[in-house]
Design a protein around this ligand. Structure first.
Ligand code: GLC
Length: 427
């Protein structure tokens, strides 16, 4: 079985837990039309702050309810945007006024969040945006809302990325010392990008080496993702987003710890009018697909301006809850199987247990390649009932069975779960 190369951070719990919740929450919940609205619509950052800061008042914010839904959905960790690209901070940072305590809500949102999720037994990760479209020192570049300002180059003259990099180190220090997160999720670098003569940003702008040294000094074992554009440092976790890898992710030819991050509907922040919500089948299959090739899934919720999960998000979380309640054994502690998957199936494995996730229900017989004579017992995970490994000779005599194949004898009717799973105990 594949094992990723070891890295500095503690990834043992992470590759066991497999399933987490991403949360994107900030002022962008109010316009409710994508967390990049400031950039996409090229809004002046001051006008954006004037419009939304005095209107941010999530009176129904109850992080214990969020944490409960995450735990019930089978999620074992959470990653929250403490600051997204817009620059607004959810915690009471000493280094900015652009923060939750300066809204009508008036309170730090992060402390109760961290407490609530830890109380439900979840590990806590903090997302921190390297981009900051509202910071006066952050130079105007390809994604900045003022990129088409006729004076963009001149406006950049007074800005200093050196001062901004120090601001980031100060804020990251606050986050690591005040909240001791298990994961730090920095987002993102685009060194090769350019726009109308405005360059992109990467390690030279973020001063990534210094930031990295600070992170490791304060939290030697924290898990750090791969988006700081560090050279010569293997990240603890690689983070493809909005795509489903089809095989174990490799970095420099070696298998890596990886986590696909996905949305229920496309945008990360609360998006009122989006109609592209994934079906229950897609949600479950995404999780299985990911674990079957050695990855984690970080599934995103974008809370509303009131601080609630909207009904569509709760419904989607309910899909995970119902399936995970009965099938979590095929996810936690599991990884890519050493055996090839049967037709229309995915496999996950934990020691001598192999889990067959059946994506398309076949008629009566499932052929398991390379497992001939290795299976001691098979049962459904949803109800514990036996799945016979021997059956009618009259039927098998008529079939073409490849060498070294084990047959499973299935009921004609697909069990009433989104993806049925058969647990094989190997001899
Ligand atoms: C991207 C986007 C962003 C989102 C993130 C999640 O880089 O900028 O809005 O937070 O990916 O992976």
């Amino acid at each position: 079985m594949l094992t990723p190369l070891p890295t500095t951070g503690d990834t043992a719990w992470f590759v066991h837990d497999r399933f987490g919740m991403f949360i994107h929450w900030g002022l962008y919940a109010l316009p409710a039309r994508h967390e990049w609205v400031l950039s996409v619509e090229k809004i002046d950052p001051n006008a954006y702050a004037e419009r939304y800061l005095p209107r941010f008042n999530p009176t129904q914010y109850d992080p214990r309810a969020w944490a409960r839904s995450a735990r019930e959905a089978g999620m074992k960790y959470v990653v929250l945007t403490t600051k997204h690209h817009e620059g607004f901070c959810l915690w009471d940072s000493a280094y900015t006024d652009y923060k939750a305590t300066n809204t009508p809500y008036g309170k730090d949102l992060l402390t109760p969040f961290v407490e609530a999720f830890r109380a439900e037994g979840l590990k806590v990760g903090l997302y921190y945006s390297l981009l900051d479209w509202s910071h006066p020192d952050f130079t105007i570049d390809i994604y900045h809302p003022l990129r088409d300002h006729p004076q963009a180059a001149r406006l950049n003259e007074g800005r200093s990325m050196t001062r901004y990099a120090e601001y980031m180190r100060n804020q990251v220090r606050e986050l690591l010392t005040q909240y001791q997160p298990d994961i730090l999720w920095c987002d993102f670098s685009y060194p090769e990008a350019s726009y109308n003569g405005l360059p992109g940003k990467g390690r030279a702008d973020w001063e990534s080496e210094r930031l990295y040294a600070l992170i490791r000094k304060l939290s030697p074992k924290i898990m750090l993702n791969n988006r700081m554009d560090l050279s010569n440092v293997r990240a603890d976790v690689y983070t493809p987003e909005q795509i489903q890898p089809t095989e174990w992710l490799r970095v420099d030819g070696e298998p890596a710890v990886w986590e696909a991050c996905q949305t229920f509907s496309g945008s990360w922040g609360y998006h009122r009018d989006e109609e592209s919500w994934k079906s229950p089948e897609q949600l479950i299959m995404m999780l299985i697909n990911t674990v079957s090739i050695g990855g984690n899934l970080l599934m995103n919720v974008g809370p509303t301006p009131f601080g609630t999960f909207d009904p569509r998000a709760l419904k989607a979380l309910g899909v995970y809850r119902d399936w995970m309640e009965r099938h979590h054994e095929a996810i936690y502690g599991c990884t890519q199987s050493q055996f090839p998957a049967p037709q229309d199936c995915r496999l996950t494995q934990k020691g001598n247990k192999v889990y067959v996730h059946i994506f398309a229900w076949p008629f009566k017989h499932l052929h398991l390649p390379n497992l001939g004579d290795l299976v001691e017992y098979a049962r459904f995970l949803h109800d514990g009932s036996e799945v016979p490994i021997t059956g009618s000779e009259w039927e098998t005599r008529q079939m073409t069975i490849k060498p070294n194949t084990q047959l499973l004898f299935l009921p004609v009717k697909k069990p009433d779960v989104i993806v049925p799973v058969i647990e094989l105990t190997l001899k």
